[in-house]
Design a protein around this ligand. Structure first.
Ligand code: CA2
Length: 150
């Protein structure tokens, strides 16, 4: 069964434990379950990861590029957290690989502080889902599955 990589950036390990008004009360473990179950119904496995370290995320994107070329990966669902707004390294990594990356944000970053309005990932993403809560992960998996079917 082909896989989908669901990659989460800094502080998303805190999901559901603080700031419920912004991010809801779902934990990252709940998001993983939701992704695994939804992907399974569509015929995919999920490789679910979280890191607080930019280089680890860059490495994961490179790895995803290789797996996509080999035909074992359909794409990446990527919530890069605050690195979205700062990381040219992640922009370059996504640009360098051919794998489709769907950028996801739980909150509506455009309704928040102006420093969250710019994304280094959006110009290189295959699609963007913003402000729909953790449902955005499910929608991103749908988008990758449809894209893979052609
Ligand atoms: O809305 C999103 O999904 C974000 O990517 C979440 C990031 C934020 O920096 C982005 O601007 C938008 C924050 C990660 C989660 O941080 C938490 C902090 C405290 C409690 C729960 C989560």
């Amino acid at each position: 069964m082909p896989a989908i990589l669901v990659l989460n950036g800094p502080n998303l390990n805190l999901l559901g434990t603080r700031e419920p008004a912004t991010y809801g009360s779902t934990t990252l473990a709940d998001v993983e379950r939701l992704c695994v179950e939804h992907a399974r119904a569509l015929g995919y496995t999920v490789d679910f990861r979280q890191s607080n370290h930019e280089g680890v995320l860059v490495d994961a994107i490179h790895e995803a590029g290789r797996a996509f070329k080999e035909g074992t990966l359909a794409g990446v669902v990527f919530n890069a957290g605050a690195y979205t707004h700062t990381s040219i390294a992640l922009h370059d990594a996504v640009r360098a690989v051919e794998v489709p990356v769907i950028e996801v944000h739980i909150s509506n970053v455009h309704a928040r502080e102006s420093f969250r309005h710019h994304s280094w990932l959006s110009p290189v993403a295959a699609g963007i889902i913003v402000g729909l809560g953790v449902e955005g992960y499910r929608l991103a998996i749908d988008a990758l599955a449809r894209r893979a079917k052609g």
